[in-house]
Write a protein that binds this ligand. Structure first.
Ligand SMILES: [Fe+2]
Length: 203
């Protein structure tokens, strides 16, 4: 799938591609080029299966095969910006903000096959299968490597700093949790403060 972006050498060459270059590359992709069926990686026990197909100092690329009806946890991308192209199905995209310790839903949109969604650095968002006739498949490009990301555990009411190799859900493996805060704190606060809880969740 890396070959998909041969027409976008500037994307692969730059150490910090602008968001406009990422979005242009996503718009260039033609789903028929993907041999999509052979590329899918379902993971029914999780919101989506991850297939990371591109990992350079400039860009990370990932194909998400969504579990029908599932949504991921609200999260950021460790300060990276990027974009998502809907290849198949219908997506729901929700944007959140931490306000006075609460995680507030501030916008929601639906995106169909062919649509490209953009997210800036520090944005908190979630995606999910929006109930289209076909299950959701999305193509993601992120600027630069992602050493960590922030995931919000809605069940326990906690903010987690997790390894950048994780998906947008609470990791099964405790070793992938790098920090844990009680309540909901903004991504910039995660970067600026020490964890408030031990990694076992105890204060
Ligand atoms: Fe995301």
């Amino acid at each position: 799938m890396k070959d998909l972006f041969e027409r976008c050498p500037e994307l692969l060459a730059e150490t910090a591609p602008p968001l406009t270059a990422i979005l242009s590359a996503l718009r260039e992709v033609r789903p028929c080029e993907l041999e999509l069926a052979a590329s899918l990686r379902p993971d029914p026990g999780r919101p989506y299966g991850r297939r990371v197909f591109l990992g350079t100092p400039a860009v990370e690329g990932m194909l998400a095969t969504w579990t029908p009806g599932a949504s991921c946890a609200p999260h950021d991308h460790g300060g990276s910006s990027g974009g998502v192209r809907v290849l198949r199905g219908v997506a729901t995209h929700r944007i959140y903000r931490v306000i006075d310790g609460a995680l507030r839903l501030i916008a929601e949109e639906r995106a169909a096959a062919g649509d490209v969604l953009a997210f800036g650095a520090g944005l908190i968002h979630s995606m999910g299968d929006g109930g289209g006739d076909a299950s959701l498949v999305t193509l993601h490009l992120y600027a630069g490597p992602i050493p960590h990301m922030v995931v919000y555990d809605l069940t326990r009411g906690e903010t987690l700093k997790v390894d950048g190799g994780c998906g947008a859900w609470v990791p099964d493996d405790p070793a992938q949790i790098l920090g844990r805060w009680a309540g909901f704190v903004s991504p910039c606060s995660v970067l600026a403060s020490a964890p408030r809880l031990g990694l076992d969740g105890e204060a």
